[in-house]
Structure formats: C-alpha cells, structure tokens
Design a binder for this molecule. Structure first.
Ligand code: ATP
Ligand code: MG
Length: 378
C-alpha cells in the first residue's frame, strides 16, 4: 500500500490539509484584483495554497498565470519566463499559441513543440533585428492586454519572488511597481520564502515595491486540523494512531506542514497494517529521519565557522526567544563578544539557516534543530 503522507512537492486534493481561512482570504483578494504578498519560511505550503486557489477559480471567468521565478537570475530570464507563462496560459492549441505570441510580443520569436501530453510548449528567442523595443515593458503590459483580449479576469502569480533581489539591477522591481499600480483589473500575488527579504522589500521606504500591496504572512497549521487529517490517513490504510500521539508529533514539528508530513511518513511505515502507532515509534521515526538527513546536515555543519556552530548549538538548546546578544548567552556558548555573535548571525541569515522572528532567532528546519541537539548530547 502506498504511504499516504507526502512531502517535498506541491500537495493537492486529499493530501491538502485545512487552510480553509487562507483559501477564502486569498480568493477574496483575487476577486478584488488586489496585489498581495504571501510569505513564510520555507516549505510552509505557499505554492500548494496558491495553486489550490488558482485551480478553484472558474475557468470561464479567469485567466490564471503562474510564474516560478526560481530559475531566473536577471531581467532577460525574467522576461522569458513571463512570456512563456503568459503565452501558455492563454493558448490551448499550438495555432493559438503562435497567434498569441505574435499579437503580444513584437520582439520575441517563438518556437512551439508539443509535450508528452500533446500540450503546446513554447520557447522564445529574441528578434535581434528590432532591438529598439523594450522587452520588459512589453511583457509586463501583457496581463491587462490579455484581460481585454480574452474578456476574462487575470491573476498573475510570481512564486519565489525574493529571487528578483538577486538581479543585478532593480529595474524589474521598479517597472513592476508602476505596472501593477496601473493594472487595476489584474490581481497579483507575490509569493516568497525568505521572510526577512520579502518583508524588507515592501516595508523599506527606499525600495521600489514599498507598500505596493497588502501582505499576508502564512502561518503553521494548527494541531486541531492535523488531528483529523492524520487520523483519517492512518484509518483508510488500515492502521490507527491515538490523539495523544498526534499531539506529541505536532509538538515536535510545531504543526509545520512539511515537517509534519515528513515525520508521519516513517511513522506510517513503522506501523504494521492492522496495528496502532505506539509511543516508542515517534522516537524511532525521528531517529530514522535524522539518520537519512545526517549526511546533508553534517556537510552543512562542516561548512560553518566555529562561532556559527556555537551560536546554533545555543539557539537549538535554549527555549524560543533566547537573547543571543546577552552576556550570559555569549559566556555560556563561548562566543567571546557580541561582534562575534553579529558575524555568526549575519552568516547564518544569509545561508537561510536561521530566521528572525518577532520572538527572536529561530532555526526553521525543525529536524536540523533536533539533529544539533542530539549531537550535542553525545
Ligand atoms: N495544506 C497542506 N496540507 C498538508 N501538507 C502540506 C500543506 N501545505 C504544504 N504541505 C507540506 O509541505 C510541503 C511543501 O509544500 P509547498 O511546496 O507548497 O511549500 P512552499 O512554502 O511553497 O515551499 P518552498 O518554500 O520550498 O517554496 C508539501 O510537500 C507537503 O508535505
Ligand atoms: Mg514554493
């Protein structure tokens, strides 16, 4: 029988837990053609949530465009990614795809092929003979044009939006701002996972996107929702789990969707068909998981400076909200001085190993934190 717990990719249908309120909030924002920033730490379920919102919009009324900016590294790849996503969203046939691209992009030369399912897939090249036409403007004008052309409402999603901070200039950011301000009929969702960067992008008055939309921090999934979800998954596969054990599991993962599904996966494997999950199995499942991850964790650990490791040990061992700059913390974890702490914090933030929360510094990877603690106790 197939393991009912999924972790890693986008989850849909039966594998999608709760988020009822979030689905409704984001749907409303789309219906009002708002500009919304959705952000959270990594793997909290942003993409799954947004995909679900898009899939539930009536096709006859909405044109939905989803653009993953992860592979882009500058203005050119941004333009190509947008052009591709817009064209493919609008075209149901190869013919239409070619017409669409000609209609909307004067400087991009499309070539179309079919994928395994026979759906048209487009790749673009540039028309070098017409370098005078600004590509970025043309691509960003597309949603409003498409809306008028198709007689539909348009929703544009930029996933992994923090990526545009890696571009060499802030041209894209600036032009996006002025574009979205004028496209009052188009809904935009900007999704990102490096929380501090995304926050900085629209809360720093020096930045082009400053206050250009509403913001929506995505939270964890509460234990009450996991209770029903996890119980059901075990039940339909002929196994059982008590509410008490689910509580313990959720305490370990804090209800973080990825880590909760990830831990449920080996737990389900450990439990025999017809049997029930025992208390010890939680410990075994955690060990199994840390063992599988230990090679990656070890490499990461080895790549860090001594002070960064000491800081991590402290943050992992102490309760949430610990003051890492306090004299006591510095002494206890042999950090020497507050400037050492600062350097370690900067390094770990840059590497996305820690994050700044209202309550202080956190290690978002729940398993890395457990691994650090288990290493410390050895
Ligand atoms: N609503 C949900 N119900 C159950 N599991 C979920 C849900 N949302 C996310 N997950 C779990 O988290 C994993 C990551 O989800 P997803 O890729 O949507 O998150 P993300 O925030 O977009 O991640 P990233 O930061 O890598 O872009 C999924 O594979 C799944 O295990
Ligand atoms: Mg994602």
């Amino acid at each position: 029988m197939r393991n009912p717990f999924q972790y890693g990719g986008v989850v849909t249908g039966e594998s999608f837990c709760n988020r009822t309120r979030e689905l409704a909030d984001i749907r409303r924002s789309v219906e009002n053609a708002e500009k919304l920033f959705v952000y959270s730490e990594r793997r909290l379920g942003k993409t799954s949530l947004i995909r679900k919102v898009l899939s539930e919009l009536p096709e006859q009324d909405y044109l939905t465009v989803y653009i993953d900016l992860w592979p882009t590294d500058g203005e050119t790849s941004f333009v190509l990614a947008c052009a591709k996503a817009f064209s493919e969203a609008m075209a149901t046939s190869t013919d239409k795809l070619l017409k669409t691209t000609k209609l909307f992009f004067s400087r991009l030369v499309p070539s179309v092929s079919a994928n395994d399912e026979g759906k048209p897939v487009v790749t673009f090249g540039f028309d070098q003979k017409r370098p005078d036409i600004p590509l970025l403007e043309e691509v960003l004008a597309m949603p409003a044009k498409a809306s008028a052309n198709e007689g539909k409402r348009v929703v544009v999603v930029f996933d992994e939006f923090q990526q545009i901070l890696e571009y060499e200039s802030d041209n894209v950011e600036r032009l996006l701002r002025s574009t979205i301000q004028h496209q009052s009929d188009v809904a935009y969702i900007f999704c990102g996972s490096r929380k501090h960067l995304i926050r900085q992008m629209f809360m720093d008055s020096q930045r082009p996107m400053y206050r250009s939309g509403a913001h929506y921090p995505l939270g964890l999934i509460g234990e009450d929702h996991w209770q029903g979800f996890i119980t059901e998954k075990f039940k339909v596969t002929g196994k059982s789990i008590s509410t008490d054990i689910i509580s313990k599991l959720c305490a370990l993962t804090e209800g973080h969707p990825f880590y909760t599904q990830h831990l449920c996966h080996p737990l389900w494997e450990l439990c025999e068909t017809g049997g029930a999950v025992s208390d010890e199995m939680i410990g075994q499942a955690t060990e199994l998981l840390l063992e599988r991850e230990s090679y990656a964790f070890m490499n990461l650990w080895d790549s860090l400076t001594r002070n960064a490791r000491r800081l991590l040990k402290g943050v992992a061992a102490e309760p949430l909200g610990i003051q890492v700059f306090s004299a006591e913390f510095i002494r206890k974890y042999q950090l020497g001085s507050s400037s050492n702490v600062q350097r370690a914090v900067d390094l770990l933030l840059k590497k996305d190993i820690i994050d700044k929360e209202e309550g202080g510094i956190v290690i978002p990877d729940r398993f890395f934190r457990l691994w650090i603690n288990s290493k410390q106790n050895n």
